[in-house]
Write a protein that binds this ligand. Structure first.
Ligand SMILES: [Fe+2]
Length: 287
């Protein structure tokens, strides 16, 4: 089940992100403004130049399922996102949500909103309070741009490794060898990271250290109907399952460069709440 799918049909609970409810509010229906014929009706807020530039670039770069943008297009999108600020999507460090330093009791809720979605791409914002975790999950057949707009977060990511690396050493078909791509702390403002269907850290996890806002561009978006559902994983050190010597011998780069991933059900304590996006809108070119 995709993160987005989790939101469909669920009653939206009252979400108050500090004062961010002046730009995003609870979503009581699924009527995303995918089509924008009348600009006066669809534009509750004027697009910022940077957001509109990103949107237009996305319409040109993403060609639909089964395609990956060529390097010049990736570089173009990355450059646009690198220069985007929280204000471009209506956010500010002055908002109460981003001033919070305490950790809430229980599992913190992650809030999610869609700026725009079509068959070829989507633009989404994720809000993570301190200590919130989006567990390891994949992005099948997708190219994804992650831009941390505000906050500090730990990002861990993997790509599937060559299945022949360990031959028959892996004790269970439930476990799959993955190569560690990133295991670092990032603080905004920082450059955009890009993941591809099979490289760049397609399987990743976010752990918020401070309140965070992340702008994600998915091309194409998750779609269960089209075989791009989201799977979740937990990771283990290779040495938990394979003798250290054989790991080093087989992989040649040391056990720390790899992990063993096991697919799991979507964690029951993962709380994702959907809210309506009320920030600066994008305007389709035919508007
Ligand atoms: Fe992700």
């Amino acid at each position: 089940m995709t993160m987005e799918a989790r939101l469909v049909g669920k009653k939206r609970s009252n979400v108050v992100l500090g004062n961010t409810n002046n730009i995003i509010r609870n979503k009581n229906n699924n009527n995303n403004k995918k089509r924008c014929i009348n600009t006066k009706r669809c534009s509750t807020k004027k697009p910022t130049m940077a957001l509109q530039k990103l949107f237009v670039a996305c319409t040109e770069v993403f060609k639909g399922p089964g395609t990956v943008p060529p390097p010049p297009d990736v570089q173009n999108l990355r450059h646009i996102l690198d220069n985007m600020t929280p204000e471009d999507v209506g956010l500010s460090t002055d908002l109460l949500f981003f001033k919070s330093s305490g950790v809430a009791k229980g599992t913190p809720s992650i809030t999610y909103t869609t700026i725009y979605k079509c068959e070829k791409f989507s633009m989404c914002l994720f809000f993570l309070p301190p200590s919130a975790v989006i567990p390891l999950h994949n992005h099948p057949g997708m190219t994804v741009f992650n831009k941390l707009l505000l906050g500090t977060m730990h990002i861990k990511s993997y790509d599937w490794a060559d299945p022949d690396k360990l031959d028959d050493s892996v004790p269970s078909s439930q476990l799959r060898l993955a190569r560690l791509k990133a295991d670092n702390v990032f603080t905004a403002p920082c450059n955009t990271s890009v993941l591809y269907p099979t490289t760049g850290g397609n399987i990743h996890a976010f752990t918020a250290i401070t309140p965070c806002a992340v702008l994600d561009v998915f091309g194409p978006p998750y779609s269960k109907e089209d075989g791009r559902d989201c799977s979740y994983y937990r990771d283990f050190p290779c040495s938990d399952f394979i003798e250290d010597g054989s790991v080093d011998e087989a992989l040649g780069e040391g056990r720390n460069s790899y992990g063993m991933l096991e697919e799991i059900e979507m964690p029951k304590d993962l709380k994702m709440q959907g809210i309506e996006y009320l920030g600066p809108q994008v305007m389709e070119t035919r508007c």
